[in-house]
Design a protein around this ligand. Structure first.
Ligand code: GLY
Length: 288
């Protein structure tokens, strides 16, 4: 189930629009209503930015920060834990203007990875920083130490780890079939895409990745064109098993199809069909 929120409104210049998702995967029993309410709050935070004439980049960041700060979602605080029991966070922001993009991968101990990704975009000539270097950069930009591991996620990890060892053996590296049979082990992702009054498009995506991922595993989320992309034609954010999204460069493919004349709906339909046909992949995508 992919819970998404949608808000659109015609403004003085360009029609503004913002869409967000809270990730593919299963919700813990009883948490679905909380997730929907949290999505509503996050979408409103972004829409308010657009309504005031703000930039799409600010709007998607406001939405994703709200989702990162809510422990229901697999991003920021409450992100899933890796095989060794700690969080490694991936995030990306992209704006259609000059294809500006910033990303962080396998980043540890920050509250809002999406804002660190934005600093990479704004303050460096690089596109992506990873691991220890990303953390050092975050600290130099004033992002304090924050442990995103919640009590619930840790208990969940302990439970799954015990059962995982039983099923797979202690050091199995191949989890694809296991994840197919046990979708409750897959993670989730949060993301938003928006267009502002000036006609600029932006997308932001943030995730803890896949539960029990190997230490150092980086998914689709921080890869521009895979889990997150924005051009003058379309802005999109993906969720689901990142390895498939990386192979298909799904969000970039949507933009290319729109540039070639397809409607957004047709472009997304084709890309999702291809993902199903070529990879048997469980993937969700939002776009404006
Ligand atoms: N789509 C999130 C991930 O696979 O890391």
């Amino acid at each position: 189930s992919c819970i998404s929120g949608f808000a659109t409104q015609r403004a003085t210049d360009m029609p503004i629009a913002l869409i967000a998702h809270g990730g593919a995967g299963n919700w813990r029993p009883g948490s679905e209503e909380d997730a929907i309410e949290a999505m509503r709050v996050a979408v409103e935070a972004g829409r308010e930015v657009l309504r005031r004439g703000g930039a799409a980049l600010d709007a998607v960041c406001a939405t994703v920060v709200a989702l990162e700060d809510n422990p229901i979602f697999n991003a920021g605080t409450g992100a899933v834990l890796n095989f060794d029991g700690f969080c490694e966070l991936d995030a990306c922001v992209m704006e259609s203007r000059e294809a500006r993009v910033g990303a962080v991968a396998a980043l540890r101990r920050v509250k809002n990875p999406v804002l660190v990704a934005r600093k990479v975009l704004e303050e460096t000539d690089h596109v992506m920083l990873a691991g220890e270097g990303a953390q050092r950069f975050a600290r130099s930009m004033g992002f304090g130490d924050h442990d995103p591991v919640t009590r619930d996620r840790h208990a969940d990890w302990k439970d799954k780890k015990g059962r995982l060892d039983e099923v797979l053996g202690k050091h199995s590296l191949k989890m694809r079939r296991f994840l197919k049979e046990h979708p409750e082990y897959a993670g989730g992702t949060v993301g938003a895409a928006a267009v502002d009054r000036q006609g600029l498009l932006a997308a932001a995506t943030s995730t803890g990745g896949v539960t029990m991922k190997l230490v150092g595993r980086v998914g689709d989320t921080p890869i521009a064109g895979a889990g997150n992309y924005a051009s003058a034609h379309a802005a999109a954010s993906a969720t689901g098993t990142g390895e498939f999204v990386m192979r298909s460069l799904a969000t970039r493919a949507i933009s290319e199809k729109v540039a070639a004349g397809a409607t957004l709906e047709a472009a997304m339909g084709e890309v999702l069909d291809e993902l199903g046909r070529d990879y048997d992949a469980d993937v969700g995508i939002i776009a404006v």
